[in-house]
Design a protein around this ligand. Structure first.
Ligand code: PLP
Length: 442
């Protein structure tokens, strides 16, 4: 055993953990030491099945040697190349490969290092695009309640998770939100897409009437919100949102940081729903979670709309030191090779029905108030215990981990999104542990 595998020798004081109850965690740390395929190994040597593809990112499963080899090769060949006014071939290759699998028309790619950066980049592109096209009054950004768009000031501002916003008193001005679509009264236990609620897209018309279309730059939504525990959109909702955006000249941004790269059984959620946004943000699965990377996909309209002015002028004053980092590009290309060779971008479609039925078999267990699924995403919502939101959810996390299942919890919901290499036997294992845990925390 290495030092890192012996929990009681680890000093936990210095590491300020993200999105974690630090003091509670450090009293009883949950630590992984290795991972292979569908499984983590915990520091005490237990196999823990990965019900959430890490953080919705390890789509091809863990320990992919092809990616590791590409990263090693790249580090020894070209470890870094400046990304401003200079380049390296892999960046162009990677962008071309991404454009090949992108929803039709979204084939211009801007690289970032994370989902949060992709979101802030897309919001800035939307503003700059309108300005470049003589509509500088379009400065307002619209998000949606219960949306999660990362942790930059832009993403936090358009995000609609109350806890993520509350502590940060200074957010972007000129932001508004349309209503969320979560409706337990009409849609509880809906399978796949809920029947009711397409009309909630019309809430955008309310904001247009309130603020004036000429002030609105863009609307950003997750096609299927993930971090607020998987909220599939009502049938027809996204189509309607697209129509309203078109009617008013508002750009539509899909945040596909979770839904991108095969999560719904199609390469992107845009393919799944047959709705093409003007901008699409991605990260996570783009490198199978191995090397930080993100990408914003832009339509020709948006991209070409920015390619104006003298040729020696920088069109977009934006970018990161690590945009198109050679190692991220190498990892990304190797990841796309695996997705292609193993058919992972569409594999989810053949398992979605099994996944759905397995999840919904938990209906009727104590405190289960809703079950939701879409592609290979799923959530079980539990009633809060004694009115304290999150207590039962946290107990679920611990109980599942102790019994060999890693999943995400938010409030009193558990959310799952297994690696896309998942087999039916893995799904059975996850549902069995989950069902037992639900009974245990009743
Ligand atoms: C929809 C969505 N957007 C943005 C982000 C932020 O991504 P990152 O944590 O890589 O910054 C996330 C992360 O979960 C996400 O789910």
């Amino acid at each position: 055993m290495t030092l890192h595998q012996i929990p009681n020798t680890i000093k936990t004081d210095s590491y300020w953990m993200p999105f974690t109850a630090n003091r509670q965690f450090k009293k009883s740390p949950r630590l992984f030491s290795s991972a292979e395929g569908m499984y983590y190994t915990s520091v005490d040597g237990r196999q823990v099945i990965d019900g959430s593809a890490g953080l919705w990112c390890v789509n091809a499963g863990h320990g992919r040697k092809q990616i590791a080899a590409a990263v090693e090769r790249q580090l020894m060949t070209l470890d870094f190349a400046p990304s401003f006014q200079m380049g390296h071939p892999l960046a162009f290759d990677f962008a071309e490969r991404l454009a090949e699998i992108a929803p039709k028309g979204l084939d211009r790619v801007f690289f970032t290092n994370s989902g949060s950066e992709s979101v802030d980049t897309a919001l800035k592109i939307a503003l700059a695009y309108h300005r470049a096209n003589g509509q500088a009054s379009r400065t307002r950004l619209i998000g949606r309640e219960r949306g999660y768009h990362g942790v930059g000031f832009g993403g936090t501002s358009v995000g609609g998770m109350v806890a993520n916003r509350r502590a940060f008193t200074t957010l972007l001005p000129g932001v508004d939100h349309i209503r969320h679509t979560h409706d337990l009264t009409r849609n509880a236990f809906a399978k796949d897409l809920p029947e009711h609620g397409a009309e909630l897209a019309d809430d955008l018309e309310r904001l247009v009437a309130l603020h004036g279309a000429e002030t609105i730059a863009a609307v950003i939504v997750e096609p299927v919100p993930g971090s607020t525990a998987v909220l599939p959109p009502p049938k027809g909702y996204l189509q309607r949102l697209r129509e309203i955006c078109d009617k008013h000249g508002i750009l539509l941004i899909f945040d596909e940081v979770i839904t991108g790269f095969g999560r719904l059984g199609t390469p992107f959620a845009a393919n799944f729903f047959g709705v093409t946004p003007d901008l699409m943000t991605t990260a996570k699965g783009i490198t199978n979670g191995t090397v930080p990377c993100g990408a914003v996909f832009a339509s020709r309209k948006v991209h070409d709309g920015m390619m104006t002015g003298p040729e020696n002028q920088i069109e977009l004053f934006h970018g990161y030191t690590y945009s198109a980092h050679p190692v991220a590009c190498a990892a990304g290309i190797a990841t796309l090779d695996i997705y292609k060779d193993e058919g992972l971008l569409t594999r989810g479609s053949s398992l979605a029905e099994y996944w759905r039925d397995a999840l919904h078999s938990l209906k009727g267990l104590p405190n289960v108030v809703d079950i939701r699924n879409c592609g290979l995403m799923g959530a079980v919502e539990l009633a809060p215990r004694g009115g304290v939101v999150g207590a039962r959810g946290y107990d679920m996390l611990v109980e599942c981990f102790n019994n060999g299942l890693y999943l995400r919890t938010g409030g009193d919901s558990v959310a799952m999104s297994p690696p896309l290499i998942v087999e039916k036997s893995h799904i059975d294992q996850m549902i069995s542990i989950l069902g037992d845990a639900i009974k245990k925390v009743a």
